[in-house]
Design a protein around this ligand. Structure first.
Ligand code: HEM
Length: 563
C-alpha cells in the first residue's frame, strides 16, 4: 500500500513537470496527466486482491491525494526561489494562479489594477505564475518582436489550433497569414474604402440631424456607424444599424462576449474546454457564430466590391503572377472574420467616443478644432475629400492625444517567449523562455518619464514635439511655459495604441482615416455640448477594459450649425 502512495506522489511530481514543460492545451494530455496515475493506482489495488468495495471506498482518497499533491507541488514551485520569475515582484495571488488576474479582469478595471501594481512594484511586475507586465518604454520594441501570446486561445474559444491572425503564435505562420492583410491595407486599397466610409459617415450625419436640438447618446451612434462600415468593408454589407437601430442587440452581445472572452484570456485552457460545449459561454458563442455566418455568406456569395475578403480570400491574386498555391481554407477565413468586428468596429467606435468626450470637456480644444475644420472645410466644402487631412495639425494632435489618454486597447499586446528559446532581454529585464509578457499600454502612456503631465488631455504636446505633423509652433511653445512645463518630455516611441512592429495593428491607417472623416463631418455640421446634469467624471470612472474599452453612455446635446 505504501508503495502505491509513494508512486502516486512521484507521478504527481512528474505530471507537474510535464505541465510546466509543455504547457499543452490538449484535452487528451490533460486527461492522461490528471486521471491516468490515480486510475492506474486503483487498478493496482484491485490486483492485490482487495475487494471491489474497498477499492471503491479508497477511490475518492486516491484521486484527492494525487490531485492535492499536484496542486501543492505547483503552488510551492510557483512561489519558490527556483521559479524563473522568482526575482520579479508581484502580489502572491498572481504568482500562485492565473485565476487571480482572471477575477480582477471581470470588473473591467484590470488596466488600473496593473497600473497600481507598477506604481507599487516598479517597471516589471509578475502578474501571473508565468506572466510579466512591463512599463519600461525601452522594453517595448524587444517585446513586440516576440511571438504572440496564448490569450486568444481562450478569448476566441479556440481548439488551440485554429486562431484568427491576431492570436497566431508561430511567427512564420503569422507572417504567412499577414500577407493578404497587408495587401488589404495598402494605400490604393485604403483609397478604395474611402467612398464606403463617406457613405456611412453621411448616413450618420443625416441620422443625427433628425435629433437637431435634442439629446443623443453619441457613443451608440458611433457603434452603429463603425459596425455598419466594418460589415460593408469586410463582408460587402450585411448590417444596417444606422437605419434600423440595434434591434437584434448586436452590441450587447459584443460587449458581453468580450467580457467572458477577457476572463478566458487569462485561463486559455478553459476556453479550449468550453469550445467543445455548445453555447457554454452564451454571448461569446453567439458573437463568434454570428461572425462565422457573415464570413461564410460572403465567401459563398463572392465579391461585389473590393472588400476585405477580396484580399483575404486571395481573389485579388486571380490574375496576378503571384498566384496562391491553394485557396485559403474556409475555417481560416471564418477565424479571421471573427476578429474583424472586434478589431475593426469596437476599437474605432471607442476611439471616436473618447475623442468627443475629450473635446466636449475641453471647450478651448473644441473651439480650435472647429476653427481648423471651418478653415479647411467651410460650409459647402466636401468633408470627405481627404486631401487636407495631413495638413490638419490640430485634428491630428487631438486624435493622437485621445489615443494616448484613452487607448481603445488599454492592456496592450501580449507576447510569449517560446519555450525552446534562450529568453529575451527587454530593457533591463531578462524574460525567460515560456514567459508571457505585456507592454502595458495604459501604464506606459501615463508614465511621466514618457509624457509631461501624463494624466492631462493636452494635444499641444504633439505640436510641441512634432516632427511628423509639422514644424515647432511658437504659440505652442509659449503655452507649454504658461502651463509650467519646463522640462518637456515627449517620447513618441512610447505611444503604442496600435502596438508596434511587424505584428502590430494592420488596420491603423484605416482607423485613422475613419476617425478623421467622421470628426470633420460632425464638426462641420453640428454644435455639440454635454447634456447638463451629466457628471463628466463618470466617463473616466466607467471606462472599462474587456480587451477593447467599453465606454459609458455619454449624453450629448446637438444643434445643426447655421454658418
Ligand atoms: C483606433 C482603432 C484601433 C486600435 C486602437 C487598434 C489596436 C490594435 C492593437 C493594440 C492590436 C494588437 C496588435 C498586437 O498584437 O501587437 C491590433 C491588432 C489588429 N488590428 Fe487593430 N486597432 C484599431 C483598428 C483596427 C481596424 C479598423 C482594423 C481593420 C479591420 C484592425 C485590424 C486589426 C488586425 C487584423 C489585428 C491583428 C494584426 C496581427 O496580429 O497581425 N484594427 N489592433
Amino acid at each position: 500500500m505504501s508503495t502505491m502512495w509513494y508512486s502516486l506522489a512521484v507521478s504527481a511530481l512528474i505530471a507537474h513537470d510535464s505541465f510546466k514543460r509543455y504547457e499543452t492545451y490538449a484535452i487528451r494530455a490533460h486527461t492522461a496527466l490528471l486521471l491516468g496515475p490515480p486510475t492506474l493506482a486503483l487498478g493496482f489495488l484491485g490486483s492485490t486482491g482487495l475487494s471491489s468495495q474497498s477499492v471503491l471506498h479508497t477511490l475518492p482518497l486516491v484521486y484527492a491525494a494525487y490531485l492535492g499533491a499536484l496542486t501543492v507541488y505547483t503552488i510551492l514551485y510557483r512561489i519558490s526561489p527556483f521559479h524563473p520569475l522568482a526575482q520579479y515582484p508581484g502580489p502572491l495571488g498572481c504568482k500562485v494562479s492565473q485565476w487571480w488576474m482572471a477575477c480582477k479582469s471581470w470588473s473591467g478595471y484590470e488596466h488600473l489594477y496593473i497600473s497600481e501594481l507598477h506604481h507599487k512594484y516598479g517597471d516589471v511586475v509578475r502578474i501571473g505564475p508565468n506572466e510579466l507586465s512591463i512599463r519600461d518604454a525601452s522594453a517595448i520594441s524587444p517585446i513586440m518582436s516576440i511571438a504572440k501570446g496564448p490569450q486568444y486561445v481562450g478569448r476566441m474559444l479556440s481548439d488551440g489550433i485554429h486562431l484568427p491572425i491576431i492570436g497566431i503564435q508561430d511567427p512564420a505562420e503569422h507572417l504567412r497569414r499577414r500577407r493578404p492583410w497587408n495587401r488589404a491595407f495598402t494605400v490604393p486599397a485604403l483609397r478604395g474604402y474611402e467612398e464606403t466610409i463617406a457613405r456611412r459617415a453621411r448616413q450618420l450625419v443625416d441620422a443625427l440631424e433628425r435629433h437637431n436640438g435634442g439629446q443623443v447618446i453619441l457613443g451608440k451612434w458611433f457603434n452603429y456607424f463603425a459596425y455598419d462600415f466594418m460589415c460593408d468593408m469586410a463582408f460587402g454589407g450585411g448590417s444596417e444599424l444606422l437605419q434600423e437601430r440595434d434591434n437584434s442587440n448586436v452590441w450587447r452581445v459584443l460587449d458581453e462576449g468580450m467580457k467572458v472572452g477577457t476572463l478566458l484570456a487569462h485561463v486559455p485552457w478553459l476556453g479550449v474546454y468550453l469550445s467543445h460545449i455548445p453555447l457554454a459561454t452564451g454571448a461569446l458563442d453567439i458573437l463568434i457564430s454570428h461572425c462565422r455566418m457573415l464570413t461564410t455568406q460572403r465567401v459563398q456569395r463572392g465579391a461585389t466590391q473590393k472588400d476585405l475578403f477580396h484580399y483575404l480570400n486571395d481573389e485579388d491574386l486571380a490574375n496576378s503572377s503571384e498566384k496562391p498555391r491553394a485557396q485559403p481554407p474556409l475555417r481560416q477565413l471564418t477565424d479571421d472574420g471573427c476578429l474583424i468586428v472586434v478589431a475593426g468596429a469596437d476599437t474605432t467606435s471607442s476611439a471616436l467616443t473618447s475623442l468627443f468626450y475629450c473635446l466636449l470637456t475641453n471647450p478651448e480644444t473644441y473651439r480650435r478644432l472647429q476653427d481648423e475644420v471651418d478653415k479647411f472645410y467651410p460650409r459647402g466644402e466636401d468633408t470627405f475629400d481627404v486631401r487636407y487631412h495631413r495638413e490638419m495639425r490640430w485634428l491630428n494632435a487631438v486624435i493622437y492625444e485621445t489615443l494616448r489618454l484613452f487607448p481603445p486597447v488599454p492592456g496592450g499586446s501580449q507576447r510569449r517567449v517560446p519555450h525552446n528559446s534562450a529568453g529575451v532581454m527587454a530593457g533591463d529585464a531578462f524574460i525567460p523562455p515560456g514567459t508571457s509578457v505585456w507592454a502595458h499600454t495604459w501604464s506606459i502612456h501615463r508614465d511621466p518619464r514618457n509624457f509631461s503631465r501624463p494624466d492631462a488631455f493636452w494635444p499641444d504636446r504633439w505640436l510641441l514635439a512634432s516632427t511628423t505633423l509639422g514644424s515647432f509652433p511658437s504659440s505652442a511653445s509659449s503655452s507649454a511655459e504658461a502651463d509650467g512645463v519646463r522640462d518637456f518630455v515627449h517620447n513618441e516611441d512610447a505611444w503604442i495604441p496600435f502596438a508596434q512592429g511587424q505584428m502590430n495593428c494592420v488596420g491603423k491607417n484605416l482607423a485613422l482615416l475613419e476617425i478623421r472623416m467622421v470628426v470633420c463631418a460632425l464638426m462641420q455640421r453640428f454644435e455639440m455640448r454635454l447634456s447638463e446634469g451629466w457628471d463628466a467624471r463618470e466617463y473616466e470612472w466607467k471606462f472599462r477594459a474587456y480587451l477593447v474599452a467599453t465606454r459609458p453612455e455619454m449624453p450629448v446635446r446637438l444643434r445643426v450649425r447655421c454658418t
